[in-house]
Each structure stands twice: as C-alpha cells, then as structure tokens.
Design a protein around this ligand. Structure first.
Ligand code: FE2
Length: 213
C-alpha cells in the first residue's frame, strides 16, 4: 500500500506520460503530475513535519483535518495528494467503453441504464462550479455520482470512491482550453479504468481498505 506515512512520496504514474494521448497530452500530464500533484505532496510534508499528524496515513490525515478551520491548508494538500493518486488510477490507456459484465449489470441496476450513468457522470463533470472533482462512489450499498468542490473528497462523507475525474482547469486547459465538456466526454468514452472501479467495488464489499492503490 502506498502513501502510508510521512514523508509522503510522489508515487510513479501507472503509465507513461504520453500513454493517455490524444485525450490527455504528455505536456498536460507532465505538468499535472510533476508540478501540481508533486506540489501538494511537498507542501503537505512541510506542513505536517514534526507534528502528531506526521504519524498518520494520508487517509487518516484527510479524515482528521476535515472541517477543522485551523487545519485547512493541511486538509487541502492531503486531500489533493490522495485525490490525484486516485485520479491516475481511475484512467488507463485504451480504457473507457463498457465495464466488465458483472459491474455493467450493477451500474444498470443503480442508474437504470449505462447510458444514464454516463449522462449523470458527464453532468457532474460539466456542472461543478469552479474547481473540483466528479466521482462514482459506493454509498453504503448504493452506487452514486457525486461531485466535490476544490479539494473535497468522498472519504470524509463515509463513501467509497470508485472512480474520479479531475475537473480543475489544470487538468484540461492546455488541451481543451475552456471546453470542459469535451474533456469529460473524452475521458468517459476513452480512458475510464473500469477494472479499477470494479476491483475497488469488490474490495469494499469484502471489507478491504480505501487506499488508491
Ligand atoms: Fe489536478
């Protein structure tokens, strides 16, 4: 399991920086991973150094600081570090398409149809105001599409994240400028890592943890 304790490290991407082209360019991935994600981890390490929080896992830091106005900066950087690691795993080269049959059936039951799920997920990506994240989560035993602003994460709502799309402008602006709907459409149709989502779902039902990897 990665990202267990201070000092937190930038884990390797699960694919090459050009592996998600043409949907996400190597230039975008290089900046997003190498500057933004790395920056959150560097800032977090500086903030928790020589504090009791340095003894906690990344997830525990997120949970311990959520809603604490005196620890907003720590929460923001910890949650962004976790969310980004989860985002890289939510995508894969030659992804998208239809989920594995078992999970396709579960999605159909939860959202009436797979197309209806895609519509809801696309709407979450495109209607979130400002910066944030669109998620597929397991909420108790129900699949839901939710969105979180800024560094928000379903980890603090008792929900199990299964997939996420980063809709901060830094995720798409070099490739799509202001066309967030085109970015969302490309990721949902070409890059979503359904095997990852299904494994998260199965692990959750069997009582495993909520680590991104
Ligand atoms: Fe991001």
């Amino acid at each position: 399991m990665s990202q267990t304790q201070y000092p937190f490290k930038l884990e390797p991407l699960p694919y090459a920086e050009n592996a998600l082209e043409p949907c996400i360019s190597a230039k975008t991935l290089s900046f997003h991973y190498g500057k933004h994600h790395a920056g959150y981890i560097d800032k977090l390490n500086g903030l928790v150094k020589e504090t009791p929080l340095a003894g906690l896992s990344l997830e525990k830091i997120v949970e311990a600081t959520a809603g604490d106005a005196s620890k907003t900066a720590i929460f923001n950087n910890a949650a962004q570090a976790w969310n980004h690691a989860f985002y890289w795993n939510s995508l894969r080269p030659r992804g998208g398409g239809q989920p594995p049959k078992e999970f396709f059936t579960i999605l159909e039951k939860s959202f009436e149809s797979f197309d209806h799920f895609k519509s809801q997920f696309t709407a979450a990506c495109t209607t979130l105001f400002g910066s944030g994240w669109a998620w597929l989560v397991l909420d108790k035993d129900v699949l839901k599409v939710v969105k979180t602003p800024n560094a928000g994460t379903p980890l603090t709502n008792g929900q199990v994240p299964l997939l996420v799309v980063d809709v901060w402008e830094h995720a798409y602006y070099l490739d799509y400028q202001n066309r967030r709907p085109d970015y969302a459409k490309a990721l949902i149709s070409e890059l979503l890592n359904w095997e990852f989502a299904y494994s998260r779902y199965s692990e959750s039902l069997s009582g495993s943890g909520t680590s991104p990897r």
